[in-house]
Write a protein that binds this ligand. Sequence first.
Ligand code: SF4
Length: 80
Amino acid sequence: MADIANRYVENGAGKYYVDNQCIDCDLCRETAPVNFTRSDDGGFSYVFKQPATPEEEDLCRQAMEGCPVEAIGSNGEGGA
Ligand code: SF4
């Protein structure tokens, strides 16, 4: 389970975030490219845009559920 205390500062404020367990596998970026991107310097993914539509929300949730190391959380600001 992702730990909000370890979230990368690059994440945009809001519900979804990536923490420091990310292994840069690319799954979230493939699943929800509108919302996740890569830090080329850091070698990890982060949420650069919070979901704004039901479709984006669904894809972010799929990314979170598919992350092999559970590095994605949904309990950021306004989340649960
Ligand atoms: S799916 Fe998880 S491990 Fe893979 S890049 Fe995204 S946050 Fe990192």
